[in-house]
Design a protein around this ligand. Sequence first.
Ligand code: HEM
Length: 430
Amino acid sequence: MTKLRPLPTTGALTGILEALAFFRDPSFAKRRFDRLGNVFETSMLGQQMVFIQGNKAITDLLSQPEAIEGWWPESIQQLLGSHSLANRNGIAHKARRRVVAQLFSSSALQRYSPGIIKLIDELGEELRTAKAPLPLADQMRRFAFSVIAKTVLGLEGNDQDKLFSDFEIWTKALFSIPIALPGSPFASALKARKRLLEKLQRILSQPINGKGGLDLLAGGIDEAGISFADEDLGEQLLLLLFAGYETTASALSCLMRESLLNPQIETWLREEIDTLDWPPTPNQAATVYDPTNAPRLDALVKEVMRFTPPVGGFFRRTKQPLILDGIVVPNNRVVQVALIASNRHGIGDLDIFRPQRHLENESSLRLIAFGGGERVCLGKSLAELEIRLMVVGLFRKLQLEAIPDQDFTLRQIPSPSPRDGLLVKVKMNK
Ligand code: HEM
């Protein structure tokens, strides 16, 4: 039997410097893993936090659901609200997951597909007719927001625009210090949250217009003991906007950035995309560009999620002592699965962006960009559908080029995104 080891620690006490380093240094976790091993503890603003990387530690964590529960930082907890399924555990969490999951069934995705395709065609047209370069990252944010607001929740133009501006205020404070000093981003975000919830609840209290997927919720709601008028349901919808928009936009912007900066990747991908038809019928949309029919596209999406994961880390709290990769982690510790570091940890050229690796049976790589276990992302299929449709739709119509002399580096928080917005213009109409 392997000998159990005590939990290595950085020795940080207040965690002020650790928190500053975490937000400033993209290699924060890697440096400490290199020094202390795959499981270590530090302090972040007074919160003891255990960081883990590697298949063994992550599998050990996720395979013991009875010993862990969900956890998010205080700022996120407050902004999402106490009803949100992200902040719940046990039966209350499971019941709400079942309700919300109805929005992402395969028949729901089929229903959303024409709306998503329309948004992509409109974006293609906007790019084609633009008189000046457009920031593609912003366009991806608007697109990902519209998919949820318009296609899933069924909101109309004006309602959607108001929601978007409040949402931008709200998102900015998600990873801030949760003290609502007058004028601080956190105080503005709490006000925006109130307006957002009022709006979502107004929508829920009106007869469902049949445009989005909200009618799909009716089935499971009674079972969960909540009603359409409850603040509870409003908070679940707020969570969807939060969880589904910045993340998907980040994946799309990073994918576009890689293909614009690496012409050989674009050429390799285009060889496949040029053989695919656009637009697909609603019946086909969810499968026609899947890994079997579009393996290169699938490999590219996987590599983007590996190299620049939209969610850099996710959390659990231990409810009893746990052994992770041979290290004893005490009860009541917050564990962060450090995806950025973990995805590059292992043998081979993992520090290089190379989509082809996913076509080479590289089985040792465990990719969990969408999390895992009982809390795995509820919107995974929708996000994958949006990304595949966007790439095929845009590439079939246009060839884009990036404007030189812009900052292509990525800001990391809340999700990786090109600093200057990825300014592009059309090189060629297809
Ligand atoms: C590329 C896009 C996305 C990525 C990378 C992503 C990633 C994640 C991750 C890492 C988690 C935490 C999982 C865990 O704790 O094990 C999560 C949770 C969640 N995601 Fe996503 N997500 C994406 C898109 C979406 C979309 C489009 C939606 C819905 C519109 C969505 C809804 C959710 C919800 C509701 C949860 C909470 C699940 C729970 O606590 O039970 N996500 N996502």
